[in-house]
Design a protein around this ligand. Structure first.
Ligand code: AMP
Ligand code: MG
Length: 519
């Protein structure tokens, strides 16, 4: 197995001189060298063939003993020094101090076909950043992270990727519902991949400690490697860097809103500096469209990270990053101006994204009202977001029985009162009339809508079915979902059974609608 190693993070940035691995505050360092915990009986569950190829490996490598050992944490890649990164973060709006890679170990970085890949094991043991936790991950959360990372990529959403999912052979104790009933679960390790795993929190930790020297080193490093067109070491460069991070974050959130993805834990330590979706924990997809919905049980009271709040929370997080960068720039004003521009950038992009979902090629002033009305209507009776938009594409400019076309999206069609039916009919009629002023054919419009409205997403209950099977040693559903979610916009009639509303049994089942942070 030959990897093209090009490790820069721990070559160019200062590390922790203390070689010991116990929980502690690590200062004046970007990372600590650590070795992963040796799994007792590693076993491959699934490998993303796309990521395998992307990092320059072959099918032969995939079945090698070395692959199993390296990506389960059993063996260190020759010539590398694995490390855990130091970062801090705001959790649920409050500064939490040092957090860091408590259960992630960066193996190394690669350069393959001009693309950089940092490889990181998640769940392979404690680090100086583990605080009171064990550094491990369980099968269920690892299945969710592995499948969803790859699915999001194919949905066209910027994201970290996942190379492999393995069992460690060791059991891990977890109290899923935080109700004093802990139980043993199978331990697992995922190998994540991204150009970089640097988060907002990596900058914040230095700013919080008034460590300007390392704040500057880290920012210059990030610009040099990931924003190479920006001037290094100048005030103007730092300002431009901040603006580009804002633009990328905004772009990512627009994609989340488009596909109905709710991250669930948008703490500043879970926001990538590259605008990638990172840290798949208690995430979920809008099934019945409810913009106040969050999948995270920890957030069920305040709904801080609900679907509708994601764009605003992204801005709040950017403001925290901005506060950290003020220490480099020496003044807040230019950053404040960039933050003030967020709304003005977001709105037109959101509008154009929604127009694309509705298949509107041209822009008319009345579109905003049409969209506002739709967003309200979708919440009058429980309506599946994915099915609604997918079926909406079937409308023809000559269609008459309009509500029938989207009726499959209603969870309780029997509750469709005459009043609500009329509201829907009115909206759909308005929409159909609006379509008549477009000059595309019904067929062309349908194709363009189907390219932005996915047919298949990884609903929580589906992931849970795959997890339950995997727990019994049957990985077939993981394989099927991985294949299906490679082409989420294609019809794929062989997978039609997954183009369906969440079944009623899953409505309140643990793991199927809401999730705790336990992972
Ligand atoms: P999260 O919000 O889940 O991304 O995690 C917040 C912080 O807790 C991060 O610093 C994680 O590395 C850390 N963490 C989460 N789970 C564990 C665990 N099982 N062991 C050690 N650290 C953990
Ligand atoms: Mg995290």
């Amino acid at each position: 197995m030959k990897l093209n190693i090009n490790d820069t993070f721990n070559k160019e940035l200062p590390g922790d001189p203390n070689p010991e691995n116990f929980p502690r505050q690590v200062v004046e360092a970007c990372y600590s060298n650590v070795t992963s915990r040796i799994p007792s009986q590693p076993q491959i569950i699934h490998v993303s063939d796309e990521m395998l190829e992307a990092i320059g490996l072959t099918d032969e490598d995939k079945v090698s003993e070395e692959f199993l050992q390296v990506f389960s944490g059993k063996k260190v890649i020759q010539g590398t020094e694995p490390y855990a990164m130091c970062y801090g973060g705001h959790q649920f709006g409050h500064w939490a101090g040092q957090l860091g890679d408590g259960r992630a170990i960066n193996l190394t970085e690669l350069l393959v076909d001009n693309q950089r890949w940092a490889l990181q094991l998640k769940g392979s043991g404690a680090t100086p950043y583990s605080r009171t936790a064990d550094g491990l991950a369980v099968l269920r959360s690892s299945v969710r992270e592995h499948l969803c990372s790859e699915a999001m990529h194919h949905l066209g959403v910027p994201t970290t990727r996942s190379l492999s999912l393995m069992l460690t052979g060791d059991d891990v104790l977890r109290d899923v519902m935080y109700d004093g009933n802990p139980d043993y679960e199978k331990g697992a390790v995922v190998c994540r991949a991204a150009p970089s795993f640097i988060r907002f929190g990596n900058f914040q930790i230095f700013a919080s400690r008034r460590d300007e020297k390392n704040l500057k080193l880290l920012t210059d490093y990030t610009i040099r490697h990931f924003f190479p067109h920006i001037d290094k070491g100048t005030k103007e460069g730092y300002i431009q860097f901040f603006e580009e991070v804002l633009d990328r974050t905004l772009e990512m959130v627009i994609h989340w809103q488009r596909v109905g993805f709710v991250h669930g834990v948008m703490n500043t330590d879970n926001l990538s500096i590259l605008g990638l979706t990172i840290d798949y924990g208690p995430y979920g997809w809008l099934e019945g469209y409810d913009d106040n919905w969050t999948p995270n049980t920890t957030d069920s009271q305040h709904h801080r990270y609900s679907y509708a709040k994601q764009p605003g929370i992204a801005l709040w997080n950017l403001a925290q990053l901005g506060s950290a960068l003020v220490q480099l720039i020496g003044e807040a004003q230019p950053l404040q101006e960039i933050l003030d521009g967020y709304k003005g950038k977001y709105q037109p992009k959101y509008l154009s994204m929604m127009r694309s979902k509705l298949g509107l090629q041209t822009g008319k002033p009345e579109d905003e009202t049409l969209i506002d009305e739709l967003e309200k209507l979708l919440q009058v009776i429980e309506t599946d977001m994915t099915i609604f938009f997918r079926n909406l594409a079937n409308i023809k400019t000559t269609s008459s029985d309009l509500t029938a076309l989207i009726a499959d999206a209603f969870y309780k069609p029997e509750e469709l009162s005459d009043v609500v039916r009329k509201l829907w009919n009115d909206w759909l009629t308005k929409y159909r009339n609006r379509l008549q002023s477009e000059d595309r054919t019904d067929q062309e419009r349908m194709q363009s809508m189907n390219a932005v409205n996915p047919k298949y997403v990884l609903r929580n209950y589906m992931a849970q079915l795959a997890i339950d099977k995997a727990d019994n040693g049957d990985y077939s559903l993981i394989d099927s979902f991985y294949e299906m979610l490679k082409s989420p916009y294609n019809e794929q009639p062989e997978y039609e059974q997954w183009f369906a509303k969440r079944p009623e049994w899953a409505r309140n089942k643990v793991g199927c609608s809401m999730l705790s942070c336990s992972s």
